[in-house]
Design a binder for this molecule. Structure first.
Ligand code: NAG
Ligand code: NAG
Ligand code: NAG
Ligand code: NAG
Ligand code: NAG
Ligand code: NAG
Ligand code: NAG
Ligand code: NAG
Length: 523
């Protein structure tokens, strides 16, 4: 019976870990790791001889707690009592006199870091190197309680129980940091600065991969993508539906986590671009459900999810692929959190271009600013810190008069009128779906603490203004030089597009800024 089960396991999982009956922990439970602190309870699991009673001992200063589990189908699993932040602890699994031990285990917040090359982008790696890489490596020695772990880049056609391999084992800084995700590291370090307790960072990322690879069949089905997989040809990196979900996400579901951050979208700039407004929120929902279930209810069903809005690629490009993905990353609302994407936070990055990047401008070397903006979002959304500004200005109302538009923002703005990236859609029929409708610049005329007035004089006298958009370009401005920022000048106004222009004096209050449907876009 046992042997039969093992054969089944090996066939199903193609994994080296299962079924040898040796007592040990799953691949991502190792010395120096961070387990999720209270109020959640950490889940710990591993392998052992079929039917054996495993006792798991958590021993720290002056305390020792023991839990029991039985090995079923080759695995055992224990949900620990809630443990406050701190450590170190030893976690010992024992079957009679055989033991497996994890030493130097800390309790803190565990964050998952996923995505494609801009998440993979190392601090100082063989492929990529961020700005100030050597200084960042030196500084890392001051953060022994921010621990890092990276899954190997593996794909699979079936859902794996455990990681097929580990790229970077749980590490105490600065060991192995050079090859670790810069955005993930800098984000975790910033959180530690604020929280002053251990942070565990679990990187699972692969360059050039579309969102479909990271999505389960359930999530793909939500968006009609289940049977529309990219073919293998012409791509070095995985493109097929669910193959990274299977090998690099599914194995982690049983671990209790605090939240996740994500930097991806470039690989969808033409591939299923129009569906990204569905596929991205659907993947977030599905991960939340699956991590909640996998941890036996310990990981929050709405765990915080942060992401980087796409940066820049080609200066001067007229393509609207990046603007469309940026918009779709917010479920077509322009900002997060929003009703479709609750408990999320976003780092705007379109104002951080790096034309000199040796790795192609699509891979900007400044990851410090991106990680800083992400950590502001985490502090506000994940940790409920009051008074942390994390969103740039967004229009609450757009009023139109015959000569100008007046945009009112939801907060005070800092305006630099020299660079202008507001555009209006001029249309003879007042509709952006008119075949002759076209975009022209709308120069900034003047501004107040929360408003900006835009000239509409570049439409011809026979045309009406049918829509307004902002920063709707692949590469909208030079480094930190977009026209609109928060009053503190730290947070850029995100891009928007809207047809919701209200006549200024009709007494009605303006409606929400909304999307144009893109079937008959202005040219
Ligand atoms: C953990 O185990 C190591 C090695 O056996 C031992 O030196 C250390 O004191 C133990 N720490 C705790 C907190 O039990
Ligand atoms: C161990 O158990 C005691 C009593 O149930 C509890 O107060 C304590 O928090 C537990 N410690 C750990 C580390 O689980
Ligand atoms: C063990 O595996 C068998 C066969 O796949 C399955 O029917 C059973 O539900 C499993 N038991 C547990 C506790 O997972
Ligand atoms: C465990 O106990 C058995 C029986 O007492 C003994 O034969 C074996 O050598 C022990 N193994 C270890 C690792 O101590
Ligand atoms: C997504 O955007 C497309 C246009 O790109 C639109 O047709 C569709 O209705 C949007 N779907 C959702 C779920 O918002
Ligand atoms: C991981 O979680 C899933 C979903 O709850 C469960 O089916 C599976 O048995 C768990 N694996 C282990 C090793 O506990
Ligand atoms: C690199 O270090 C210099 C000097 O400390 C600093 O001015 C600059 O902002 C840093 N660059 C980044 C991207 O953090
Ligand atoms: C897009 O909007 C136009 C104008 O309101 C409307 O005529 C058209 O049916 C809409 N198309 C879709 C696909 O919603």
């Amino acid at each position: 019976m046992e042997i039969k089960l093992c054969v089944v396991f090996l066939l199903v999982t193609a994994s080296i870990h299962d079924c040898d009956g040796v007592l040990r922990f799953a691949s991502y439970y190792k010395v120096h790791m961070v387990l999720q602190k209270s109020p959640e309870r950490a889940v710990v699991w591993g392998y052992g001889p079929e039917g054996a009673q495993v006792s798991l001992t958590l021993s720290g200063q002056n305390q020792q707690n023991i839990s029991q589990a039985t090995v079923t189908n080759g695995t055992w699993r224990v949900t620990l009592d809630p443990v406050e932040a701190g450590g170190p602890y030893n976690v010992t699994a024992a079957v009679q006199n055989i033991t497996a031990v994890l030493t130097d285990v800390l309790f803190g917040d565990v964050w998952l870091c996923g995505g494609q090359s801009n998440m993979l982008f190392e601090v100082s790696g063989r492929v990529y190197k961020i700005f100030n890489a050597s200084e960042e490596l030196k500084r890392a020695a001051h953060y022994p309680h921010v621990r890092t772990f990276m899954a190997s880049l593996k794909k699979s056609d079936t859902e794996q129980t455990d990681l097929i391999d580990v790229q970077i084992p749980w590490s105490v800084q600065p060991a192995n940091l050079a090859g670790f995700s810069a955005v993930c590291w800098l984000f975790g370090r910033n959180l530690f600065e604020k929280l002053q307790y251990p942070i565990g960072l679990v990187e699972t990322s692969w360059g050039g991969t579309p969102i479909e690879t990271w999505s389960s069949a359930r999530a793909l089905q939500q968006c009609g993508l289940l049977h529309e997989s990219k073919s293998r040809k012409h791509y070095r990196n995985p493109q097929e539906n669910s193959v990274l979900w299977n090998a690099m996400i599914h194995p982690l579901l049983n671990m209790t986590i605090k939240g996740a951050i994500w930097y991806q979208g470039e690989a969808n700039y033409i591939y299923h671009q129009k569906k990204y407004n569905c596929s991205f929120p659907a993947m977030i929902d599905d991960w939340r459900m699956a991590f909640h279930q996998g941890s036996g209810g310990q990981t929050a069903p709405d765990f915080p999810f942060g992401f980087v809005q796409l940066s820049t690629w080609k200066k001067g490009s007229k393509s609207d692929a990046f603007p469309n993905i940026r918009w779709h990353q917010t479920a077509d609302t322009g900002f997060v959190p929003n009703p479709r994407m609750q408990n999320t936070f976003m780092a705007v990055a379109m104002d951080l271009p790096d034309g000199r990047s040796a790795y192609n401008p699509i891979h900007p070397r400044d990851k410090q600013d991106v990680a800083f903006r992400l950590s502001l979002g985490a502090r506000a959304v994940a940790y409920g810190e009051q008074d942390v500004a994390f969103r740039g200005p967004f229009p609450s109302q757009i009023l139109s008069t015959p000569k100008y538009l007046e945009v009112t923002y939801d907060q005070e703005v800092s305006v630099t009128p020299s660079e202008n990236i507001f555009e209006i859609c001029c249309s003879e029929s007042e509709s952006p779906w008119d075949p002759k409708a076209h975009w022209v610049l709308a120069p900034i005329m003047q501004w107040g603490p929360t408003t900006v007035q835009l000239s509409t004089s570049l439409c011809s006298p026979t045309e009406q203004v049918a829509a307004l958009r902002y920063a709707w370009r692949d590469w909208p401005c030079d480094f930190k030089a977009c026209p609109i920022y928060s009053a503190s000048k730290i947070l850029p106004a995100p891009p928007f597009i809207s047809t919701n222009l209200q006549p200024k004096d009709d007494g009605k209050s303006g409606g929400a800024v909304n999307q144009m449907n893109q079937t008959g876009d202005c040219n």
